[in-house]
Design a protein around this ligand. Structure first.
Ligand code: SF4
Ligand code: SF4
Length: 294
């Protein structure tokens, strides 16, 4: 069982189209997972039939002021200033709550009960022979990690029962949600492009993801655009380039129309088949190395 994350140092590098095309050439039972919950768009390429969905919630405090003595134990505990006692007034700020439940546990009067804040929606379905799972953050919801954790929990549960492998479309960037999305993967792909911004963000991504100790490989999208700085960067960092997708008008059009670019021509398809095989090799080499050190 393998989990591959497709990440990028910034948005707009073609991360999702790489994830979708890789899914289209995968050789076995696969689940395509959209963990880019702030801007999910894997469905635009995979066109899944949605079979089910559910809303995800975070537990936030609801205070019964009739029981509250304004002792302040809850606000003293809360690291996030999501509950505050000022004299004979207690205020809650559900949008700032991380749902730890600490205030509920610490209240001596049992004045706090669990309420709910909607995080967003989790949906699942099937796209051709590929399973599909995605999270979509509620508009106005500021925190993506709690919803991502719910999607990941469902992902783990599903892989344990189906034996599927998974390709995760991770959030772009190097923020906490992006690192959280890829940290349980067996292989992390960094999609980049050979432009100055691409190289800059690629270096940030390399710095953020390398400490995870997972095998990393680069996919260079729009190869032929810009200069060779990204190639030198990969060489310096010892990062294998697993695929190059040419800067090509037909590919750009297919991307804009939400098409799987691997379906464009036998040559592009072969690029993704080779990428798939290199990912498997990278995972195997890493496992052998780990076994040798065990
Ligand atoms: S811990 Fe309970 S009793 Fe004390 S201020 Fe908070 S809600 Fe009120
Ligand atoms: S549940 Fe945790 S984060 Fe939320 S208000 Fe209570 S202590 Fe603060």
């Amino acid at each position: 069982m393998m989990i591959v994350s497709v990440a990028s140092g910034k948005g707009g590098t073609g991360k999702t189209t790489v994830a979708a095309s890789l899914a289209s050439v995968w050789d076995g039972a696969l689940l395509g997972v959209d963990l880019d919950v702030e801007e999910p768009n894997l469905h635009l390429f995979l066109h899944p039939t949605i079979e089910g969905s559910e809303l995800a919630y975070l537990t936030v405090p609801t205070v019964d002021e009739a029981k509250c003595t304004y002792c302040g134990a809850c606000s003293d505990l809360c690291q996030f200033a999501a509950i505050s006692v000022m004299g004979q007034v207690i205020l809650t700020f559900p949008e700032m709550c991380h749902g730890c439940g600490g205030c509920i546990a610490v209240c001596p009067e049992k004045a706090i009960s669990p309420g709910q804040r909607e995080l967003g929606e989790i949906s699942w379905g099937v796209a051709g022979g590929v399973g599909f799972l995605a999270g979509r953050l509620r508009v106005g919801e500021a925190m993506s990690p709690p919803l991502m954790r719910r999607v990941k929990a469902r992902l783990e549960q599903r892989l344990a029962t189906t034996g599927e492998e998974a390709i995760i479309d991770a959030p772009p960037g190097v923020s906490c949600p992006a690192v959280n999305a890829v940290m349980d993967s067996d292989v992390i792909l960094l999609v980049t492009e050979p432009t100055p911004f691409g190289v800059y963000d690629f270096k940030l991504a390399w710095e953020a993801f390398t400490p995870l100790g997972k095998p990393l490989g680069a996919v260079i999208n729009r190869a032929g655009l810009g200069n060779d700085a990204i190639y030198r960067c990969c060489q310096e960092k010892g990062l294998p380039i697993l695929a190059e997708i040419p800067y090509d008008r037909a590919i750009a059009e297919a991307y804009a129309r939400g098409r799987i670019i691997a379906d464009l021509s036998p040559g592009v398809k072969e690029t993704f088949v080779t990428l798939r095989d290199k990912i498997r090799d990278l995972a195997k080499t890493s496992q052998l190395r780990e076994a040798a050190h065990a």
